[in-house]
Design a protein around this ligand. Structure first.
Ligand SMILES: *[C@@H]1O[C@H](CO)[C@@H](O)[C@H](O)[C@H]1NC(C)=O
Ligand SMILES: *[C@@H]1O[C@H](CO)[C@@H](O)[C@H](O)[C@H]1NC(C)=O
Length: 257
């Protein structure tokens, strides 16, 4: 998507988009028509993997796209779907949360077994959202949240918790397949950033201030963004965590990790 090159330190930062981190196809597949995305849960995304051997530090994150429409394919068989399952009499074998866990195993084991990759991989865990009242697409809100939650005020979010659990599951399975040429670290931000319900754009979803009105033409509240983070904001701390992990790895300071 983008690259930034820092001449003073010869560092390049590259941003690579891969929505689900596994292979996507659109062609008709068995009973799934052309217009729904097929996710091959056991197949690496080669468009993203081709960059891997040339990178020293890879930070991977994923998860929220598993709330979007797609069809899950495993061993060439359609095993489930999200917001798409035409025949309710046919049982689904894999739901979106399980699909996420499988995808985590697939992408991490692909990275950890890439023969030419010797870098450091940091898995940034599932990012908590803070929609109150309704869901992300039905008018959920985070307006009025101006401070981080105090200890004891954290509201458990079942979806966030299970996504995190599946990520741990996929991570552990991938570690068993590692060939140990590269290093892997788990950067667990999920629970602690659950306290930062104040850190999302909320109403300020569009850079256009005229779109900041609270209601759409149909009188319903406009969708808010209680998922992405403001900058400056909580993600600045993620950068500091990444730099600290890198510093420890490259300075060999493992005792305090
Ligand atoms: C690894 O590197 C070698 C030598 O450059 C190359 O021939 C091979 O195709 C690479 N393998 C993969 C899987 O990237
Ligand atoms: C990788 O390292 C771990 C920990 O040192 C070890 O238990 C495992 O057997 C190694 N795996 C391979 C494939 O070398």
């Amino acid at each position: 998507m983008q690259r930034w090159y820092f001449r003073s330190t010869s560092v390049m930062i590259v941003r690579i988009w891969s929505s689900w981190l596994v292979q996507e196809t659109t062609e008709k597949n068995d009973f799934a028509p052309e217009d729904v995305t097929k996710l091959h849960l056991d197949a690496r995304d080669n468009k993203f993997m081709e960059f891997i051997p040339n990178i020293d530090v890879v930070v991977v994150s994923s998860g929220h796209w598993f709330a979007k429409q797609s069809v899950y394919v495993l061993n060439n068989e359609i095993v489930g779907g999200q917001l798409w399952w035409p025949d309710q009499s046919r049982p689904m074998k894999v739901n979106n949360v399980e699909a996420f866990g499988i995808s985590v195993e697939t992408v991490l084991s692909a990275i950890l077994t890439q023969p030419n990759y010797t870098g450091l991989t940091i898995v940034r865990t599932f990012s908590p959202d803070h929609y109150e009242g309704e869901a992300w697409n039905t008018g959920g809100s985070c307006t009025g949240t101006e401070n981080p939650l105090a200890p004891g005020e954290l509201v458990e979010n079942g979806f966030t918790n299970i996504m995190h659990e599946k990520q741990v599951w996929g991570f552990k399975r991938a570690v068993k397949k590692a060939t140990n040429k590269s290093k892997l670290r788990f950067m667990d931000v999920t629970r602690i950033f659950g306290y930062r319900h104040d850190g999302h754009p909320g109403l300020y979803r569009s850079p256009d201030p005229n779109k900041m009105n609270k209601r759409g033409p149909d009188g319903r509240p406009l969708p808010q963004d209680c998922l992405h983070w403001c900058m400056p904001g909580p993600v600045d701390t993620w950068n500091e965590l990444v730099l600290e992990i890198i510093r420890r790895e490259f300075e060999g300071d493992r005792n305090s990790s």
